[in-house]
Design a protein around this ligand. Structure first.
Ligand code: SF4
Length: 767
C-alpha cells in the first residue's frame, strides 16, 4: 500500500495523489503507455435502457435497420484490418429485443435467439475472416451469455459507471442497477474473461461514490484476477439528451479520479482515460494513466461521435513529451495474452498469437521476416516519430532502458534482466538502443561493412527430425511440401563447388536435413566431394546437430570425429540448429533435437579441436525476450571460455510456411522493431566477446539490412547462391546478392564495403 492510499483519499490534495499515482505507474509499467488501434462496430444502436447522457442509443425510426448485417460488420472490420487495427470493438445497446418488436423480428428472421447470440456470430465472423480480435462490450450479461462470447471475443467489457443507487440518469435503465453490474463483473471473473470496466465521472455521483465503485472493482480483481483495465471517463453533456444542460465533468474531478483509481486498484490493473474527451492530454498522463484506450483510424467514437480521435502522431508526441513511450496493444493485455491457458478460449488463441509481438503487445508493423513488404523506418531520417519527439536524437526517456544504456556507456556488462529491458524498448528508446549499439560497433570494428562470396549447398531436405518450425524438411510434420524430397549426389556437390569457385566464391556453406541413411561418414564424403573440386575453398559446414548425430551414428567420441572432419578440410561450423538456446522453448519448437547443453558442447568441442563457428538465433515464433537473453548469455559465456565464435547472426523466424505457424501455435515472426533490436542488443551484449554482428539480407530485406547496419551490425553475410531454407519457409527475397547490390545497400550509410574471408580476413581492398 502506498503512503497516500493508506490515508483517506478524500482528504488528499489532487496534486499529491497525482504524484503518488505517477510513482506507482513507473514501478509497474515503466515508461510504457499503450493504446489499442481498433475499429468500432456498432452492431445495434437500439437499447432497452434510457440513460440520461446517452446519444448512442436511437429509436428504431432513426435507423435503417435494427442491426448491422454480417456483410456490413465484415466491411467495417476489413477496413480496420487494412488500416492496421488489431481490435474490433463491438458496441451495442442492451437487449433491445426486450423493448422493440422490430429487433425481435429481425433476430427471428435471421435465426438468432438473442442479440448476444447474434453478437457471438458476428465476433466469430470477424475473427475468422479478418484476424481482428473482437472485444464485446455488451453490457450487463448473464454467465451463460458471457460464456457464449468467450470463444469468439478475446476480451469483454462493461462499464460499472457508478454504484450510486439513485442517480437520475439511470432511472430508466434497468441494466444500470448496481447489483446487476456487480453480478456481471463477478461472473466474468468466475469465467476467466479478461475484462474491461470503468467509472463514469460527473453524472451526479460524489467522490465517495467513485471510491466505492473503484473499491468494488479492486475487490473483484483481487478475487479473480480478471479486471485488466479500468476506464475513467469524464461526462460531457450532449444535445438532445436528458442531461444536455448538466455541467461537464470538471477536469480536476477527472484527474483526481484517475489518480485515485491508480491508488485504489491493484497496481497491475491498467488505468485508461479516453484521449478524445479531454482538450489537454498531459494532465491525464500526469494523473497516472498508462493507457489511452481504443483509437480508431477508421471509425468515429460512436458513443461520443462529436469528439474526434486525436491523430496517432499527436498522441505519440503528447506521450513522449511527458517522458513516456507509446506502444500499441491488443484488446487483451499482455499479462493475459501471455497466459493463454488461463485466460483465452482455445478457439481464440491462434488469432491472439498471430496478432502478438514477443511481449504480448500488438504487432506494431505489417513487416514480416522474409516478406516482400518494406519495414518501417525506426532509425535514421524519417524515423517513426521523427519531428514529433523531443528525444529523437538518441536520449531515451528516463526509465529502465535509459538506466541500462547509461550503465552500458559506463562500460558495464549487461546481464539477463538488462537484456530483457533493452528488448522492451519502444519509440525513442529503440533509437537510443540502436545509437549506443552503433557507437560500440564503431569502437570495435570501425566503419567497414563486410561480405563473403559463398554458395549454399543444402544436400538433402529429407530429415528424420520433426522440428515444428521447419518448412524445409520433408517429414511427417511438413504441411506445405514445397518441392519433392531430394538428396544431391556427391558428383553434384563437386559440380556445384566448381561452379561456385568459378563465380568467385571463397566459401561453401553445407547443411541439410538428417537423412535416415546418413552416418557420420557421409559428412566426410561431402568434404571429399568439395575438395575434389577445390583445394582452397573454405568449407563452412555441418550444424551442431549434424556433427553430434554423425558422431553418435558412428559410435565415435565427438572430439575425435570433429578432428577427422577438420583433417579432411572442414574449417568452420555454422551456428544453426541453435534456434533458441532455452530448453523450455526447445521442448515446444524442436523436442527431439539436441538440447541447449548439447549444442553448446558441440561448439565447445569444435573450438577445442581448432574449428571456429558462429552463433545464430532463430527468434519470433513462440518464445519471449527472456529466452533471447538466456541464449545470448549462454553463448557469451562459452565465448569467454573458448573464443571460438566469429560472429552473431540473428535469424528472424520466417512464418509463412512454417508448420507451427500454420497450426496456429506460433507468432508471425518478430516485428521489425524486435528484429532490429536483436542486432543492436546483440552488439551491446557481446561487446568485447564477439566482434561481428551479421545481418541476414535474406530475412531482413535490403531496407531492413540497411537499418540493422546502423544499429550495430557490421556484416552482410554471404552472396548465398541457392538459398533454400528461408525460401522453403516462405521468404521472398532473392536467391543471390551480387557485390554491386551490396554496394548500393551500403552506399547511403557512407561506410565502405569490403569482401572478407569466412574468418574475417580481407579478400580485396575497399571498393
Ligand atoms: S530444422 Fe533441420 S533438423 Fe529440424 S526438421 Fe528441419 S532439417 Fe530437420
Amino acid at each position: 500500500m502506498t503512503p497516500v492510499a493508506g490515508t483517506d483519499l478524500l482528504a488528499v490534495p489532487t496534486s499529491e495523489l497525482q504524484a503518488e499515482a505517477r510513482a506507482l505507474r513507473a514501478g509497474v509499467t515503466g515508461t510504457r503507455v499503450t493504446y489499442s488501434p481498433k475499429v468500432f462496430i456498432p452492431l445495434t444502436m437500439l437499447c432497452r435502457d434510457r440513460c440520461g447522457y446517452c446519444t448512442f442509443a436511437k429509436p428504431p425510426a432513426r435507423l435503417a435497420s435494427p442491426y448491422l448485417s454480417l456483410d456490413e460488420v465484415l466491411a467495417l472490420a476489413r477496413a480496420g484490418a487494412a488500416a492496421g487495427c488489431h481490435e474490433a470493438l463491438f458496441t451495442l445497446g442492451e437487449a433491445p429485443e426486450d423493448r422493440y418488436p422490430v429487433a425481435r423480428r429481425w433476430l427471428d428472421d435471421h435465426g438468432y435467439e438473442s442479440t448476444v447470440v447474434y453478437l457471438a456470430a458476428a465476433c466469430a465472423a470477424v475473427r475468422d475472416e479478418t484476424g481482428l480480435l473482437p472485444h464485446a462490450n455488451a453490457g450487463a450479461l448473464s454467465p451463460v451469455d458471457l460464456s457464449r462470447l468467450r470463444p469468439v471475443a478475446a476480451s469483454q467489457g462493461m462499464m460499472l459507471e457508478s454504484l450510486a443507487p439513485d442517480l437520475a440518469c439511470h432511472r430508466g435503465a434497468p441494466d444500470k442497477a448496481p447489483a446487476r453490474r456487480l453480478a456481471t463483473l463477478e461472473a466474468a471473473g468466475s469465467l476467466a474473461v479478461p475484462f474491461t470496466t470503468g467509472v463514469l465521472v460527473g453524472i451526479g455521483e460524489t467522490r465517495a461514490d467513485r471510491l466505492a465503485a473503484l473499491e468494488a472493482i479492486a475487490e473483484a480483481r483481487r478475487a479473480h484476477g480478471h479486471v485488466q483495465e479500468v476506464i475513467v471517463q469524464n461526462f460531457l453533456p450532449k444535445p438532445g439528451t436528458a442531461m444536455h444542460d448538466h455541467p461537464p465533468c470538471p477536469p480536476e474531478e477527472l484527474w483526481w479520479t484517475i489518480a485515485a483509481a491508480r491508488l485504489v486498484l491493484p497496481p497491475e490493473v491498467h488505468v485508461q482515460a479516453p484521449p478524445n474527451l479531454s482538450v489537454d492530454l498531459r494532465p491525464l498522463l500526469d494523473s497516472g494513466i498508462d493507457d489511452w484506450g481504443g483509437v480508431s483510424p477508421v471509425t468515429a467514437d460512436h458513443v461520443n461521435p462529436e469528439r474526434a480521435w486525436p491523430a496517432l502522431g499527436l498522441l505519440r508526441a503528447a506521450t513522449e513529451e511527458a517522458g513516456l513511450t507509446l506502444a500499441s496493444r491488443l484488446t487483451v493485455y499482455p499479462e493475459f495474452a501471455l497466459e493463454p491457458a488461463r485466460w483465452l478460449d482455445p478457439a481464440m488463441r491462434p488469432a491472439v498469437l498471430a496478432a502478438s509481438d514477443a511481449q504480448g503487445l500488438a504487432r506494431d508493423d505489417a513487416w514480416s521476416s522474409g516478406g516482400a513488404g518494406a519495414p518501417p523506418a525506426l532509425i535514421g531520417p524519417g524515423a517513426q516519430g521523427d519531428g514529433a519527439s523531443p528525444a529523437r536524437h538518441g536520449a531515451a526517456p528516463a526509465g529502465a532502458v535509459a538506466a541500462v544504456l547509461d550503465g552500458v556507456l559506463l562500460g558495464h556488462e549487461v546481464g539477463e534482466d538488462e537484456i530483457v529491458t533493452l528488448f522492451g524498448a519502444r519509440g525513442p528508446e529503440v533509437r537510443a538502443v540502436c545509437e549506443v549499439a552503433d557507437v560500440i560497433r564503431g569502437e570495435h570494428v570501425g566503419d567497414v561493412v563486410t561480405w563473403v562470396a559463398n554458395r549454399n549447398i543444402n544436400y538433402t531436405n529429407v530429415c528424420t527430425f520433426k522440428c515444428r518450425f521447419c518448412a524445409f524438411s520433408k517429414g511427417p510434420l511438413s504441411l506445405n511440401l514445397r518441392g519433392a524430397p531430394y538428396l544431391l549426389g556427391l558428383d553434384d556437390i563437386t559440380d556445384r563447388v566448381r561452379e561456385a569457385e568459378e563465380l568467385g566464391a571463397t566459401e561453401v556453406c553445407l547443411q541439410g536435413g538428417i537423412h535416415p541413411s546418413f552416418d557420420g561418414d557421409y559428412y566426410l564424403e561431402v568434404i571429399r566431394a568439395v575438395r575434389a573440386a577445390s583445394e582452397r575453398i573454405h568449407i563452412h559446414g555441418f550444424t551442431a546437430l549434424e556433427v553430434t548425430e554423425g558422431a553418435k551414428r558412428l559410435g565415435e567420441p565427438l572430439a575425435a570425429y570433429l578432428g577427422r572432419l577438420r583433417d579432411a578440410g572442414l574449417a568452420t561450423l555454422p551456428g544453426t540448429a541453435a534456434e533458441i538456446l532455452d530448453d523450455e522453448v526447445r521442448a515446444v519448437l524442436c523436442p527431439d533435437k539436441i538440447s541447449t547443453e548439447e549444442w553448446l558442447e558441440a561448439h565447445r568441442t569444435a573450438h577445442g579441436v581448432g574449428l571456429r563457428s558462429n552463433v545464430t538465433i532463430m527468434f519470433g515464433s513462440v518464445e519471449h525476450p527472456r529466452s533471447w537473453a538466456r541464449h545470448i548469455l549462454a553463448t557469451r559465456t562459452l565465448q569467454r571460455e573458448t573464443g571460438g565464435f566469429t560472429e552473431f547472426v540473428p535469424l528472424p523466424f520466417v512464418h509463412m510456411a512454417a508448420p507451427i505457424f500454420l497450426q496456429g501455435r506460433a507468432r508471425r515472426g518478430p516485428t521489425f522493431r524486435e528484429a532490429l533490436l536483436m542486432h543492436a542488443v546483440g552488439r551491446i551484449a557481446y561487446r568485447g566477446a564477439i566482434d561481428n554482428i551479421q545481418v541476414s539480407w535474406v530475412k531482413m530485406g535490403v531496407e531492413g539490412a540497411r537499418q540493422a547496419l546502423a544499429a550495430g551490425a557490421n556484416d552482410l553475410g554471404g552472396t548465398l547462391m541457392d538459398e533454400n531454407i528461408s525460401r522453403a519457409a516462405g521468404a521472398s527475397h532473392g536467391q543471390r546478392m551480387a557485390e554491386d547490390e551490396f554496394a548500393s545497400l551500403v552506399a547511403p550509410l557512407g561506410r565502405c564495403l569490403e569482401q572478407r574471408t569466412t574468418l574475417y580476413g580481407r579478400v580485396a581492398a575497399a571498393r
